[in-house]
Design a binder for this molecule. Structure first.
Ligand code: GLU
Length: 510
């Protein structure tokens, strides 16, 4: 596989969310691609929490993210809650490390201290159109480049707040060699002197912490969403400033997830508008109390969700759609990911869910169905649930739909559907049903294969129209003209219950 992976380094990738809320489904896709890549190369997959932006911290978000991956079956080798020898993996616990690295840049003259207050910066922005803190402006600002060293020291000693800014040399070509996008070249003059550290909370910004950690954690590939591509040139320059360019990770920026209609970026509003979740699990916002739906609670199967997501931005090069996680691991190819955004075709996900239910063993589906039955007051043996599942699972997209398609196997109908009655409960229905009951009374073996030919012979001997007789009979057992093969139903509920239901219908409907 070309030069995606340098021979001598063990592949190490990371998923590094900021705990600012629930994990968006796009983040799940990013994590999945990292996972597939790590497994494919027998590498390590790291879970890092990037929580240096204290203003945006949301309690519960970290646990939510961990629980989401547990549900999905995406596993990490090290990181927050998983341990490992590169820890701590929560950035708020790595202050010392960042401080050291910020000081190293300051000492080397690659960063400087700036005292400009938010008001002063605002004023500048008002004065200068498209103001940027960069080579063209930095020498007219209040910073360690324009102020004597002892004044800078005195200000800091006096407790004045400052930031550390990255000193970007203008006029340089910065190359981001992206595994998906190819060579992206920009001129360093368009970049501003990004803030790397803030004295106010003694914390680094995302950029500094991200680069330092990727380096120290020996990350070899940074696979992340396209929204981070604009930060990549700055990151390349930071690697250089630290002298780490030889072990700089390879970048791969994944395509955007687009609205189902294809115009613009997928948002939570699209989910609300069209009725699909954009989060893996239900999320209860701790501030507003707002509840957002999740794929788990909406009854999607985790492997169907992963399969669907895997194909948003990549495909195995043929028509293969259904793939186990292991299969995806062997087929995945980072360099074959598309540059173009991927439409979030949520209807397709229902199809995947259906296919996954079909492909699962009946016993496994039965286990998933059991809680639904219990909620409806039904307790049954595993064997019987399995049998019921085998009769109706081809009809459903979701596990909970099994109930609507099989409740009559577990309890007598409590009414009869009007439309079905109109169609099938004609004048002679009571007579044929009563006679059929009489015949069934004489039968002891309700096994479908045995009973069916006998009933058919009986109907033929009477010269009754099969459809009419059997559909009327079906309505008495099911309550509507629906369900699987009628003799599968009579076998399932048994002789006694069959006769009880048919006779009860005769009473109620006459
Ligand atoms: N903390 C960033 C995020 O929330 C990480 C971006 C990256 O992977 O570099 O996605």
């Amino acid at each position: 596989m070309s030069d995606t992976v340098a021979k001598e380094r063990r592949v190490r990738v990371r998923f590094a969310p900021s705990p600012t809320g629930p994990l968006h489904i796009g983040g799940v896709r990013t994590a999945l691609y990292n996972y597939l890549f790590a497994r494919q190369h027998d590498g390590d997959f790291i879970f890092r929490i990037e929580d240096t932006d204290t203003n945006r911290f949301v309690p519960g978000a970290e646990d939510y993210i961990i629980e989401a991956f547990r549900w999905l079956g995406i596993t990490f080798d090290e990181g927050v809650s998983f341990g490992g020898k590169y820890g701590p993996y929560r950035q708020s616990e790595r202050r010392e490390i960042y401080r050291r690295h910020v000081d190293a840049l300051l000492d080397a003259g690659k960063a400087y201290i700036a005292f400009d207050t938010p008001d002063e910066l605002e004023k500048r922005r008002a004065e200068i159109p498209n103001f940027q803190y960069d080579a063209t402006t930095r020498l007219s600002m209040r910073n360690s480049l324009t102020m004597p060293a002892d004044e800078v020291r005195a200000l800091i000693g006096g407790g004045i707040q400052y930031v550390v800014r990255f000193l970007i040399e203008p006029g340089r070509e910065v190359v981001v060699d992206d595994l998906i996008r190819g060579r992206v070249v920009i001129n360093s003059s368009i970049l501003d002197d990004k803030v790397l550290f803030k004295s106010a909370d003694e914390l680094p910004t995302y950029h500094l912490a991200n680069i330092v950690d990727d380096h120290l954690m020996e990350v070899t590939h940074v696979i992340r969403g396209e929204e981070w591509l604009p930060s990549a040139p700055l990151h390349v320059l930071l690697y250089e400033a630290f002298g780490w360019q030889d072990t700089m990770p390879r970048f791969a920026h994944l395509p955007l997830l687009l609205k189902p209609e294809g115009n613009g970026k997928l948002s939570k509003r699209d989910g609300d508008r069209l009725g699909f979740p954009v989060f893996p699990l239900e999320w209860h916002d701790p501030k507003t109390g707002e509840v957002s739906s999740g794929y788990r609670e909406k009854d999607y199967l985790p492997d169907a969700v992963l399969n669907f997501l895997a194909l948003l931005g990549w495909n195995p090069g043929d028509d293969t759609e259904i793939m186990s996680l292991d299969r995806m691991v062997s087929l995945f190819n980072l360099e074959k990911c598309s540059k173009a955004g991927a439409r979030f075709n949520y209807q397709k996900l229902s199809w995947f869910n259906h296919e996954y239910i079909l492909r699962k063993d009946d016993s496994e589906v039965a286990e998933l169905f059991r809680p639904v039955l219990e909620r409806n007051g039904v307790t049954e043996t595993p064997e019987r649930i399995e049998k019921a599942v085998s009769l109706v699972k081809s009809r459903v997209n979701f596990i909970h739909e099994l109930w609507d398609n099989s409740y009559y196997l577990f309890r007598a109908p409590d009414g009869y559907d009007d439309k079905s009655l109109k169609k099938w409960w004609k004048e002679d229905a009571p007579k044929t049903t009563a006679e059929l009951c009489g015949f069934l009374e004489t039968q002891d073996d309700f096994n479908a294969e045995t009973l069916e030919p006998k009933v058919m012979d009986w109907i033929a001997s009477k010269e009754y129209p099969v459809g009419k007789v059997m559909n009327a009979f079906r309505v008495t057992l099911v309550g509507a003209a629906m369900g699987p093969q009628i003799f599968a139903i009579t076998e399932f509920i048994g002789k006694e219950e069959t006769l009880r239901r048919a006779r009860r219908a005769l009473e109620v409907l006459s």
